[in-house]
Design a protein around this ligand. Sequence first.
Ligand code: PRP
Ligand code: URA
Ligand code: MG
Length: 210
Amino acid sequence: MKVVEVRHPLVQHKLGLMRRGDNSTKTFRELASEVATLLTYEATADLETETVQVEGWAGPVAIERIKGRKITLVPILRAGLGMLPGVLELLPAAKVGVVGLQRDEATLGAVTYYEKLVGNMEDRIALILDPMLATGGTLIATVDMLKAAGATRIKGLFLVAAPEGLRAVEAVHPDLEIYTASIDERLDERGYILPGLGDAGDKIFGTRAG
Ligand SMILES: O=P(O)(O)OC[C@H]1O[C@H](OP(=O)(O)OP(=O)(O)O)[C@H](O)[C@@H]1O
Ligand SMILES: O=c1cc[nH]c(=O)[nH]1
Ligand SMILES: [Mg+2]
C-alpha cells in the first residue's frame, strides 16, 4: 500500500499547532481545513494532464489541463466534514459523496449509518476525507462501500494515522493510497491515537471540552 507522510514544513507546523490541548473550536477547525488543502496538493500530484490549444491574448497557445478521470470527494461523517472546505479550495468542481460511520467506543467496530455516493464511481478517483485513521475499521468499511459502488482508484487523506490502522488497512485493501500529515506512535487502550489530536469530531464540532 502506498503511504505518503507529507513532511512539508507548512504541514508539520500546522499539525503541531493542532496538537495543542488548548485550541478553540475555531482554531482547530481552521487548521484542519488548511492541512487538508496541503494534503490535497500532494495527493493530486500524479493526476494526468493533456495538452490542448486555446486562443490566448497573442494567438494560439498550448495549455495543460487535467485529463480523464474526475475526482469525487468522500468525507466520512462527522469529522471528515472538517476537511471538506480545505479540499474544495483546490477542487471546487468536485462532486461530493457522503458516508456516515461511527466507531462503537466499546467494541471499536465501525457502524455505518449513511451512504450517498455520486454516480459513475468506476470513472472517478475517490478521495476519502477523515482526520483520523486509528484502528482502521472505519476506513476498511468505507473502502468496501466505495468498491461495491464500482470505484477502482481510491485515495485517503488523513491528518493523523496510527501504525496499527495502516497495517490493518493494508492487509485488506493494499491497492489504497494514503496521504497523511503524520504517522503517529501508537493507539492507547481506548483506541485513541498517541500523541494524536484527541477526539477530532468533538474538536471540529465543539461538542465536548478538550
Ligand atoms: O480507525 P477507527 O478506529 O475506525 O477510528 C477512526 C474514526 O473515528 C473517528 O470518528 P468517530 O467514530 O469518532 O465519529 P465522528 O466523526 O462522528 O466523531 C474518526 O473521525 C474516524 O472516522
Ligand atoms: O485518536 C482518535 C481515534 C479515533 N477518533 C478520534 O477522533 N481520535
Ligand atoms: Mg468522534
